[in-house]
Design a protein around this ligand. Structure first.
Ligand SMILES: Cc1cc2nc3c(=O)[nH]c(=O)nc-3n(C[C@H](O)[C@H](O)[C@H](O)COP(=O)(O)O)c2cc1C
Length: 378
């Protein structure tokens, strides 16, 4: 798969997909300030490199939540990947295994918990959304435990859906509905459209059997459904902690007080994230929220971050600010949408090669040598 950087994979995905599907992946909430802000935050901060360090041998090996990983990267959970590429969830999970990094499966994935466990080797994490029917999610958590997933993340930044206007404009919803507007759009990408017609529309397999799942198709993607439980609070985390024996993370933390609450509720870490700018528009960029969260956690738990990782240098910067690892959402989603498993692997290859090159150019030989001394303090 030919692409020199993540942006070229993004453009390749745009050429293959109908506008509605591409916009669903690419877009954010409202004015997309947070979406752009995630990228701009990395733009603002510059590196301070060291010279005359022997960087002929580099190690990117690290530990994420107590287990070895070949890179300080994990795949972020993303829903509806099958719309970008049929079988895309499995393709991304296999790519992650090939690169020795964890793969997170979304509640809204187009492959079931068990299918991923069977079809892809490697380390699997499960992302839980809580719906009004909370027992349904506890059922998914139990299935993830039985299928050998070692980490659970509860996404906390989605009490209600963000206002994703591109989806409204494009008539994009899941479960999927054909409308005159999106049919015209799909006609511009006949190969994609024919595959949907002949082989059927991908299903959110983990949600099969959920009551109310089909109740409001229009909002399901753009707001991840009116089934979402807006009453969710820390009480549910107490119960999750008692039923989940593995590592437990809260995803979507930006406030240092929430980081402290996560630790006091027995969580093993937090993911500093704003859902890739898809939820609260105008909120702080993940990279900017990171330092205060790292301080609040004070080494008592792990801090991961996601949002805006498009270059290897972004990973160096996030680690320099104290992240144990980064998660990537769109980078591999663009890759898999452009070219299936090869495309997902190309995304990871690009990021890992850039990461190594940046380390070498900075004079850092191992992940442990990446620290605040590599950031220009102004
Ligand atoms: C198309 C798409 C679908 C997503 N679906 C989910 C999801 O189902 N659950 C979740 O916790 N986060 C979801 N996210 C957010 C990602 O996990 C992650 O926080 C975000 O993509 C990181 O930003 P980045 O795309 O700039 O890397 C989704 C993001 C995208 C782009």
């Amino acid at each position: 798969m030919k692409a020199f950087n993540i942006e070229e994979l993004r453009l390749a995905a745009r050429r293959r997909l109908p506008r509605a599907v591409f916009d669903f992946i690419d877009g954010g909430a409202e004015n997309e300030r947070t979406l752009r802000g995630n990228l701009a935050a990395f733009e603002k901060v510059r590196l301070m490199r060291k010279v005359l360090v022997d960087v002929s041998a580099i190690s990117t090996e690290t530990t994420i939540l107590g287990k070895n990983a070949k890179l300080p990267i994990a795949i972020a959970p993303t829903g509806a990947v099958g719309f970008g590429w049929r079988g895309g969830d499995i393709a991304v999970a296999r790519a992650a295994a090939a690169f020795g990094i964890p793969f997170s499966l979304s509640t809204s994935a187009t492959a079931s918990i068990e299918k991923i466990a069977e079809a892809a080797p490697g380390r699997h994490w499960f992302q839980a959304y809580f719906f009004k029917d909370r027992e349904f999610t506890f059922g998914l958590i139990e299935r993830a435990r039985l299928a050998g997933y070692d980490t659970l993340m509860v996404t906390a930044d989605l009490p209600v859906g963000g206002k994703r206007e591109r989806d409204f404009r494009n008539d994009f919803s899941i479960p999927f509905r054909f409308t005159p507007k999106n049919m015209l759009d799909f006609a511009t990408r006949p190969a994609w459209a024919l595959d949907m017609l002949l082989r059927g529309v991908p299903q959110l397999e983990n949600l099969a059997g959920m009551t109310d799942h089909h109740a409001d198709t229009r909002n399901l993607v753009s707001s991840v459904g009116r089934s979402q439980d807006a009453a969710l609070d820390w009480e549910v985390i107490k119960r999750v902690r008692t039923v989940w024996p593995g590592k437990l993370l809260i995803k979507g933390v930006v406030h240092p007080e929430d980081a402290e609450l996560a630790v006091s509720h027995g969580c093993d870490g937090v993911i500093v994230s704003n859902h890739g700018g898809r939820q609260l528009d105008s909120e702080v960029a993940s990279f900017d929220a990171l330092p205060d969260v790292v301080r609040a956690i004070g080494g008592k738990a792990s801090v991961l971050m996601d949002g805006g990782i498009r270059r290897g240098s972004d990973i160096v910067k996030a680690l320099a600010r104290g992240a144990e690892a980064v998660m990537i959402g769109r980078a591999t989603f663009y890759g898999v949408s452009a070219g299936g498993e090869d495309g997902a692997k190309r995304a990871l290859e690009i990021l890992s090669e850039e990461f190594v090159r940046t380390m070498q150019l900075c004079g850092a030989r191992s992940v442990g040598e990446i620290g605040p001394q590599l950031l220009y303090q102004g």
